[in-house]
Write a protein that binds this ligand. Sequence first.
Ligand SMILES: Nc1ncnc2c1ncn2[C@@H]1O[C@H](COP(=O)(O)OP(=O)(O)OP(=O)(O)O)[C@@H](O)[C@H]1O
Length: 338
Amino acid sequence: MSKELLKIENLKTSFRIKDDYYAAVDDVSLTVNKNELLAIVGESGCGKSALAFSIMGLHSRATIEGNILFKGKNIANLPPNDLNKFRGKDMGMIFQDPLTALNPLMIIGDQIGETLLLHNKNLSVNGRKVKVIELLKKVGIPRPEYTYNQFPHQLSGGMRQRVVIAMAIANNPELLIADEPTTALDVTIQSQILDLIKVLKEDSHAGIILITHDLGVVAEMADRVAVMYAGQIVEIADVYTIFENPLHPYTRSLLNSVPNSDETNSRLHVIQGVVPSLQNLPREGCRFSDRIPWVDSSFHEKNPVLHEVSPGHFVRCTCYKHFYFPHESKEEKQNVIS
Ligand SMILES: Nc1ncnc2c1ncn2[C@@H]1O[C@H](COP(=O)(O)OP(=O)(O)OP(=O)(O)O)[C@@H](O)[C@H]1O
């Protein structure tokens, strides 16, 4: 049986702004296998959430082009009723902000119970309660019977995120999408939540898409990494390759902008500028070229495509062969990939 759980082909998600449509996700293709954690990284505004919401069918006003194949079935543009058969059952999502993901007027037990009921209409009231308590225990809530009757505002941020995870995994999804699940949490709680996601992967062999800014988390958790810039994947490879042999200037800039305790003398690189807004995104040529103006424009492709430079390692635009950091020594600059 195929290991492939999700296959996205040429996905384009566009938002209407005034009278025009602008693609926030532009020609993205990727796969997620069972028992695999694919991390998606990139600065704010690169299109990571737009991609996650497209997979879950959560955009109400966007146009979606391309294919989203879940176990071979194309779920792009399915009517909500058909999509609901997958959402919350085969596919679960952990959102960035647990407060907005929970209903403030409903006790925790009823919220999780409702998710169970949606996909298992025969579950008795008692059976549901037993299952909810089990789920609360599974996500590490210390007094599940007590928390069952609490409202979201009575819980700490970490506990709320655990509840959101319990909802996401209630129906044993085969695909779990976690969109910056620890952004709103302090560092100790962050690592507990990430450990929980790791355990879930080990226990259920689900495929997981983890969207994060945190490269430390990526190094620790991911099997493969997709680096997104301005709506496109600019590099994708297994986690070891991304950290040991990053090629795209954007990947290298991201990695080089993070302090590394092993290399106390190395200089950090500050990526110039910001991700352009949707209306100002360059739609032709290398989208990252404006942020590396010291690299000669002739080195960029006119229509950059993903090149497979080694099995499973794809890089967009041949400019990677000529990239160097301005602070690098002459020798290092000459050492660029030929
Ligand atoms: N509903 C919308 N209507 C118009 N533009 C949108 C909409 N949602 C997102 N965008 C724009 O699409 C682009 C990608 O946004 P997205 O939220 O996917 O980025 P992101 O990489 O997830 O950022 P963050 O890490 O901050 O969550 C941004 O320019 C954003 O302003």
